[in-house]
Design a protein around this ligand. Sequence first.
Ligand SMILES: Cc1ncc(COP(=O)(O)O)c(C=O)c1O
Length: 422
Amino acid sequence: MKLNFDYNSVKAQFPAVNRKVNGNPCIYLDGPGGTQVPQRVVDKISEYLLHHNANAHGCYVTSIETEHIMENGREAVADFLGCEKDEVAFGESTTGNNFKLAFALARDLKPGDEVIITDIDHEGNRSPWKLLADFGAVIKSVKVDKKTFTLSFDDYKEKLSSKTKVVAINWASNATGTITDVKKYIDLAHEVGAITIVDAVHYAPHKPIDVKAIGTDFLVCSAYKFFGPHLGVIYTKKETISKIRTIRVDAYDNTEPPEKFETGTPNFELISGTAEAVEFIADIGKNHADYFKDQLKGLAGRRKNIVAGMLAIDEYEEEMSLVLKNGLEEIPEVTLYCPPSDEPKTSTVSFTVKGKNANDVAKFLADKGIFVWDGDFYAIEIINNVLKLEDQGGLIRLGLAPYNTMDEIHKTIHAVKEYCSL
Ligand SMILES: Cc1ncc(COP(=O)(O)O)c(C=O)c1O
């Protein structure tokens, strides 16, 4: 049986796809920098601002509605991550959430304590932890294999010790799409008593997340990468967050999780939009629950639909990704930067063109209405220092989303071929 993904009805929900550049319909391959947003998410944000706008904890109707909307947001994201609603907190961005967590953990660090980060991570999951050096911590970064673009578990094991207090690890690379088996890193970190943080920003738009299955203490992701607004989401394991002295205002109503991780007035309208992005994924899943019934055993309700939705998105994207990779591989000037076919990865495809600056390739595609990212995407360590691609402008990155189509993939391959034959 083949997945029957109704991409026409999915695509029709994104008004952005109607835009043209130089007469060409836009092809959005910039998803890893932020996906497009369906109309229903925008409607929810407007609805909040137009009809429910208030601060929380008042005794009048819009304030009471605001609290319901906040609760609903936590519940939806909890179903998305596979946790309890009190384990979900919101913040401005993933980078912001990590900085806030790093400052909280800094209070209990002693000089000589060690923190492990990785060479494959975005700076949003490196810089906040590198900053702990200012508080006396020793920072160690796990190496990446230059040929397979995978993290070295052996190097991690060498760096991990009883001195390790924090391990910040990447689930999927926003540069190469590499997926790391984070569970085995987390299990070892917990054996030495370290706290774990997983960056799932690039993983979240492509694969279902189950925070309990990987056992992490914290996980960060950003709603704008999975069809929502610009908002950061953090999973805070109850047993861990309850022991941490978070950065917060001295007030009586924010001492318990999840509020104890949040500062200031929450972004209610964006939380409402994020919940709707999760509902969008769940609605996709409703059509595919039968197809994925073996993987959905034991799941029910919205969680089941979300997992089905993510599995459907993943399978749909993977088919396009394979065609994209094969098509690009046939172009002699192109070098792909993707893990080997037997390694787990997302649908993202990154490449360089021999003798050309990545920015020139991206500009050529942009003129044709094909939107792609070029550069280091803040994955500075792997792209500039490990792969040494800075002089040629880094990588060209093609990201796939459920609103993309096979026809767009063929057009993109054709455009890259055209560029290479100039
Ligand atoms: C893998 C990864 N981690 C972290 C971030 C930072 O997320 P935010 O922009 O929400 O701070 C990004 C953003 O592109 C990312 O791709």
